[in-house]
Design a binder for this molecule. Sequence first.
Ligand code: NAI
Ligand code: MG
Length: 503
Amino acid sequence: MLDTPLKTPEAPSTDPFALAKALSGVHFIGGRFVPARSGKTFPVVNPATGAEVATAAEGDAADVDAAVQDAARAQKAWAKVPARKRGALVHQCAALLKAHADELGHLIALETGKALRTESRVEANVVADIFEFFGGLGGELKGESVPFAPDVLSVTVREPLGVVGAIIPWNVPMLLMALKIAPALVAGNTVVVKSAEEAPLAVLRICELLNRILPAGCFNMVSGFGPECGAPLVEHKLVRKVTFTGSVETGKIVARTAAEKLIPLTLELGGKSPMIVFADCDFDKTVAGALTSMRFTRQGQSCTAASRIYVERPIFDRFVTAMKDAVNKMVMGDPLDEKTDIGTIVSEGQLEKVKAFIAEGTATPGATAHVCSAMPTDPALKKGLFIQPVIFTGLTGQSRLVREEIFGPVTVMQPFDDAEAVLAEANDSDYGLAASLWTNNLKIGLDLAHRLEAGLVQINQNLVVQANLSYGGVKSSGLGKEASLEAMLEHFTHKKTIMVNMG
Ligand code: NAI
Ligand code: MG
């Protein structure tokens, strides 16, 4: 095997550019950095400047096979480690991740363009929290004793599935990886992660950090493109479970392969999440809530972004004006600058996709595009993938902007007149990931919460995924749950029945 000696710093790095270079051109397999067997690499670009900051190993089926074989070897020993001990090791990882949160925040800001203060550092801290949470759950991998017959002992035990293949996207790659690998490992599985081509670096650094605590081979990471590197991971015969976050289109491809192999699958596939604002809401709190709900600080690149905002007619105009004023105050700029609220879109392809939606909305008769905030003026950022947030009014429920996931800083605001009508509109979507309701009338709020077709409904707040709360959508938004005890038990173990006849 071609070995690359570790060349990354032991202590948290204060220079994301140097760290990015040090992490160039490698996968993480069997506890070591290794280049692609083909020797191929592809560039990793800073979307704020267009400059190449690193390369990533361009993985294919041969690299995937090496990683899966190592994971399968490691799994036999890992499954024998007592469950609470596995949890304790995962818990130790949390402390190390926390110590590196600032470093990881800088690195993810560099490769994704997400602002350090508002997004990237926050994500890094949530990652540590997720490891801490799952690390405490080892003792919950319990079975039951089942009444069968007086002289037959009948029990169930929770067993790991084996090697888990985890495919992650670029929007919150560290967090989404943590949601998959922490529960998988505590449950006694080992993991091969396929990182997103746009954001391979911070997750690679996390592998190296985890490797200081966990046995080699327990988790492995390959970088590369979807069809060449992601597909062989799903297809590999030793991969016994797949967990995927990304687009509906790719999710369906992954699901077809999983169906062919008859292996369990978890899918988190995005959304078109409605935010419903009643006239009796706490106005200022709700305007602030709309900004966070829409994830403007992440350029709207969030599966739970409130990209459809329905406001009760008496306060509609005032609400639109207040939202515009608030978004106008947000500062677009260098993602690594602490003053920046809003960084860049992740890639040129995504930027083009978002621009096409905005052009279509702008060209729709009767629609108004309220373009907010201001482009950065720093000449160093002139090639950056910045785009001003846009609030649309005057679009109807038939618009593609109301029906499809844009994954950009674009939200559509529509007035409504009654609760039943807005509920019907909110549910008239292929997606069903998240929704939020803003009202001081909890009778209406709870009634609608029960009837909204979504995996997560929040009243008077709209937080991102939280450890301990099951997270996952219905309809085209996916299959299965993440982030909770139930998610670990249901999606990363199987229940075996053992019967002992003592008669
Ligand atoms: P994607 O679904 O194509 O990519 C997600 C991951 O799947 C990446 O690691 C990619 O390499 C991998 N992949 C792609 N093709 C594959 C295949 N045939 N087999 C196995 N793995 C494969 O998403 P993409 O192209 O990055 O973004 C497109 C759109 O998807 C976005 O505009 C957004 O609407 C949505 N999306 C939703 C996310 C969510 O959080 N649910 C995250 C990222 C994107
Ligand atoms: Mg794609």
